[in-house]
Design a protein around this ligand. Sequence first.
Ligand SMILES: [Zn+2]
Length: 86
Amino acid sequence: MFRFFVFIILIYLLYKVIETVGKLKSAKNENYQFKSSATEGEDLVEDPVCHTYVPLSQAFKKEISGNDYYFCSKQCSEKYESGKNK
Ligand SMILES: [Zn+2]
């Protein structure tokens, strides 16, 4: 019976070690992902109207005379166009 008890404790300790290692690994992965996203990040584009930097995926894209322009909002794109036409 005593042996069985020791066996259970060993299994428990082994489980704890695996759990701890697993946590450390996932924490490292999280750090790595955080770092890579912080250094590489998403491309930022500058709004030519209000000079705000907007992530490419959130930017309001407009093609004006063959060129792609990125704005923070539709309002800024309209401002840019009306300013250009004047
Ligand atoms: Zn803007």
